[in-house]
Design a protein around this ligand. Sequence first.
Ligand SMILES: [Zn+2]
Length: 531
Amino acid sequence: MDDLRLTALDGMNTIGGSKLLLEFDGHGVLLDFGMNFARTNRYYEEYLRPRTTTGLLDHVIMGTVPDVRGLYRDDLMHPDLHLTGPEIDAVDAVLLSHGHLDHSGDIGFIKPGVPVATSAMTAAIVKASQDCVRNEPGREPVYIARRRVEDLRGAKVLRSRREDLVGRDYFTLDGAPSDDLRRFWGFLPSFELSKRSRAAQLIPGQLDHDLKGLDCELVPVDHSIKGAAAFLIGTSTGSVVYTGDLRMHGLGGAATRDFVSRARSEDTHALVIEGTRVRRSDGQESSRPDATEKEVRDVADAILAGIVGEFAIADFGPRNVERLEIFLDLSRRAHRSLVVTPKDAYLLHAMHTVDQAMPLPGDDMRVYDSPKGSTDRYEEWIVEHRYADSLVTPSEVVRSPGDYLLSFSFFDMKHLIDIRPGGGHYIYSSSEAHNEEQEIDFRRLGEWLKRFAIESHGFEIDADGRPSFASEDGPLHASGHASPEELAKIVREVDPDVLVPVHTENPKWFEDTFGGERKVVLPKQYETVVL
Ligand SMILES: [Zn+2]
C-alpha cells in the first residue's frame, strides 16, 4: 500500500487561502488554491497592491503565495525570483470546491497544464469573475495572457500581450457541460466588441467531465455561493473527503445532509473539514444571533412591506446569488423591480449557461445604467448589447423610487449623487466587518447614508464610530458556514479515522474536541504528514 500524504502549502490557522497537496498512489491533487486574505491584508490595501509587472516575485517575497518549486507558470518567473521551497512533483488537478476567491483566487499562478476539476456552475462563476478583472496574473484561472520579459530602463519587467490567450482544461465533474457553457467558455466581451479591429484569439482549454485515471467524486453541498461541492477521493489507504465550505441552515441544506450520509456510507478514512465559525477564544464574539435564510427572508419581507413607495437599496455580498434570488422574489411581492449592477448581470448571464432556472435581466430584474461610472468592456457588452432592453437610468429611479429595489453595495454609493434620494432605506444583508479596514468602510457607508437621509437596517454606526450588526428588525444575514455544533455532528456522523481541520483560526478546537476519539492532524506549512 502506498502512503497517503498531505502537505499544507498555505492557509493554516486562517480562514481562506487553503492550498493542500494530497499525494497517493502516484497521484497528486491540490484541494483548492485560494487567496490568503489575512496575509495579503497584512501588507497590502486598495492603493498598495502587489505589482502586476513582476509576476510571482512580490507574492513569494512577501509570502502571500507559498514558495514551492515545480508548480507555477514559467512566464511569471521574474529573473530576480529564486524559489527555494519544496519541489512539487506532479499535480493531476486542482480540485476546486467553489468560486469564492479565498478558494479559487490563486489558481492563475499555476502552470496552465494543470487542469481544474469542479462543478459546471463553479467553472462558469470563475470564468465570469475573470472576465471582469484586468491584468492580475493570479486571477487568470481559466485563460492566461502569457508574460514576456522586457527591458525597461535597465530593469526587467513582465508584460503581456492580450491578443493571445491560452486556456486551462476544466473538468466539470457533475456532468457534461452544456452547449451554452461551451460557447461562454470561448467568449470574451472585449473580443466580441472589437470584432472589426485586429483579430484577437482565445484558445479555450478543454471542457470535459471525465477526469481520467483519478477516483474522484464531486458531491454538492450548500454554501453561500452556487455550485459549491465537497470531494470524495478514493485512495488505496481509504477514502479522503474534503468538505470545502458548507452549511446546514441554508435553503439548500438538504444537499449538505445528503453529502454527510454519502461520506458516512463511504467508510471515510480521512476527513478534511472547514472550521470557519470555530472562533479563537480571544476572538471577538459575533453580535448577531444564528439565523437561517428563511428567517432572513421573512425579516426583509416585513421591511419592504413597511416602506411602500420609498427609495430602497438591498446590499447582499458579491456572488451571493441565493440571497439575490431571495430579494428578487421579495421585490416581486413588493411590486418593485430588482435593479442589479452590470457586474451582477454578467455573473447571472454566466450562471444561466449552466442552470436555466437562474434569473436573467428582463421585466422584473433590470440593469442599472450609469454611463458616468462605466469603464469596462463587460459592462459595455451587458448594457449596450446583451441586455439593452432591460436598463434603468438614474432619472427613472428619481421619477418613481418606489418601483425599484436597488442592489447596491458600499462601492456603488457614488451613484447616489445622480439619484439624490433625500430619504429611503438601506437593507444590509451580508457579513459583518472582520477587520479594521472594513470597519472604516462601514463608517464611510454610514456617512453616505446620512448625507442622503437614508435609514439603515442590519447595521448601524455607534456613537464611537464603530459598526454594530445587531438588527432591530430581526436577522438580515445568515452565515455561509456550519456552526461548531453542526461541525461536531458532521465529524461524528462521518466518523473518519483521521481528522484534518482547515479554513479556521482555531484548529486547536478540533484537537480538544475530537482528540480523544480519533487522530487529529493540524498541518504546518510545508510539512508532509502521512495520513
Ligand atoms: Zn466560501
